[in-house]
Ligand binder design. Structure first.
Ligand code: PAF
Length: 516
């Protein structure tokens, strides 16, 4: 590990690095929580091992006049040893004059939106997040990383920095990592070291009260009034001085009355000489991801891999419409005749399951149609069958029942608009017609079907888009709050990575842990 103490040294080091750089800013006084961030930052991405830079800098801008700037623990030798042990490649430990060469009195500062600042910690520590944002942007400009890795423990800080990075258009991803706890449940914090053994014991009431509230929420008590009241009472009973206990929406940080979507029950207390913060993430169900987009955009391949990466169930709604189309054809029914198709929906037994190797299997009324539904014959008529109102209604109902508990990623044409309008993440995955025709040709060739000329495939795809987008019932439509991902020129792995990053921007690791 290299120790860099000046901007010049950092610039020289940075220039010599060819691959990705991941950055973990800290104020030192490192502990196992920081080490976990370093280890996570060192994980390979798409087969590439990143260089990890950590900074140790006690930032004067983020301490109030009565706060602990002067006595904040500083021990560079111990920090360097901990950083090196956890895989840091370069430790940047500058002095104040290196970070703010013109002083701090008349500095250009970053002011994140007041709406994100005037709640939780920002309310009792005015100026904190201006100071944090200003130093982090300054450090980002010096380090120029591809990824900024931060702890979810400081959730408000993470949300604010994501907003700053997005608003300033900085070309990097902000990765949040789950809180790491001491064996007694207390979240690791540099300020834990100010606590005496009896205060440490007392501080345990903070995670315990939040965990009890999380259990109450899971047991069906999602109301702020009760959850906040119970946590406050437990903290006070333990002799802790409560700064705040609040239930907020995890992204907007706005106060909420009832848990819905991803919510944060957060608290700050004074315990002896330390101010401690902690939170628990509450959700009314596990997360849902909706991936819509036109035919041939490669949705199935990436959605399946993405689902596996995050331990989500993969719901391929296109396969359900294809299976029904196959059944309609088998029964000799005219696919365009809604009146004739409707009776086939009564008592329909349509199942999606995983085969031994994890591959998807589709059965309809006892027939395994996994392969058959990919034939050009089915492809040619699926849009017609899927356009009937009775079909959409029946399959939407089945899909919603499958998603009641969440924990899934559904792929189709109307998932974000009609099936799961309250999905945590909605993506509109698309590619140009030319790119989709090229992919379709490749797919047909691999499956042993005849490959029509590309121009013909392009025309078919354009026609299919037109049918899907202009049908009266549940047309293919980009949900207003969907992220558009155009995959031309992107390798499959890059698309999956992009989806993982979008998911993680919205769903904390604490609420949905990656499978190991
Ligand atoms: O979380 C911290 O330690 C600090 O706020 C940070 C991000 C290093 C900025 O000084």
């Amino acid at each position: 590990m290299q120790l860099l103490q000046t901007r010049k040294q950092l610039a020289a080091w940075r220039q010599a690095v060819a691959g990705p750089v991941h950055f973990v800013p800290t104020m030192g006084a490192l502990h196992p929580g920081h080490q976990q961030l370093f280890r996570r930052a060192a994980e390979s991405v798409m087969g590439q091992r990143p260089a990890v830079v950590a900074s140790v800098f006690v930032n004067p801008l983020q301490f109030g006049p009565a706060e602990d700037y002067e006595r904040y623990p500083r021990d560079l030798a111990a920090d360097a040893a901990m950083a090196e042990e956890a895989g840091v490649t370069a430790l940047f430990a500058p002095g104040v004059e290196e970070v703010y060469p013109d002083g701090v009195a008349a500095l250009t500062a970053i002011h994140p939106p007041q709406g994100l600042q005037q709640v939780l910690c920002g309310r009792s520590r005015p100026g904190l997040f201006d100071g944090v944002a200003t130093v982090v942007v300054r450090l980002l400009n010096l380090v120029r990383p591809d990824r900024l890795v931060m702890g979810e423990k400081d959730w408000q800080q993470l949300v604010i920095l994501r907003k700053v990075v997005a608003d300033l258009g900085l070309p990097l991803w902000v990765q949040g990592c789950a809180t790491v706890r001491e064996p007694n449940g207390l979240a690791w914090s540099s300020r834990n070291r100010y606590l005496s053994p009896s205060e440490l014991e007392q501080a345990r009431a903070l995670p315990a009260a939040l965990e009890a509230a999380a259990q109450a929420c899971r047991a069906g008590v999602p109301r702020a009034e009760i959850l906040v009241g119970d946590v406050r009472a437990s903290l006070q009973a333990a002799g802790l001085v409560v700064d705040y206990v609040e239930l907020v929406a995890a992204q907007s940080l706005k106060s909420i009355e009832v848990v819905s979507g991803v919510a944060l029950l957060a608290a700050a207390v004074h315990c002896g000489p330390s101010r401690l913060i902690d939170h628990t993430v509450l959700m009314s169900r596990s997360p849902i991801v909706a991936i819509d987009g036109p035919a041939g955009a490669g949705k199935s391949t990436v959605t399946r891999a993405f689902a596996q990466r995050l331990g989500l169930i993969y719901l391929d709604t296109g396969a359900m419409y294809r299976a029904l189309t196959w059944w309609v054809q088998q029964q000799g029914v005219d696919p365009s005749d809604a009146g004739a198709v409707a009776p086939l929906l009564e008592g329909l037994d349509l199942q999606l399951s995983s085969g031994a190797g994890g591959e998807q299997q589709v059965t309809i009324n006892g027939h395994d149609v996994t392969e058959a539904i990919r034939s050009p014959g089915v492809t040619a008529q699926v849009s017609v069958v899927a356009a009937h109102g009775c079909v959409r209604e029946a399959l939407t109902r089945q899909q919603q029942a499958m998603g009641e508990r969440g924990g899934l990623v559904a792929e189709g044409r109307d998932i974000g608009t009609a099936v799961f309008p309250d999905a945590e993440l909605k993506v509109f995955l698309t590619a140009t017609t030319a790119e989709r025709a090229r992919r379709r040709a490749l797919d047909l060739e691999q499956r042993g079907f005849a490959v029509p000329p590309l121009a013909e495939l392009e025309a078919q795809i354009a026609e299919r888009d037109h049918l899907d987008s202009s049908r009266e019932v549940a047309p293919l439509l980009q949900a207003q709050d969907a992220v558009e991902l155009i995959t031309d020129g992107m390798a499959i792995e890059a698309v999956i990575q992009a989806l993982v990053e979008l998911f993680r921007d919205r769903v904390p690791e604490e609420a949905w842990t990656n499978p190991v």
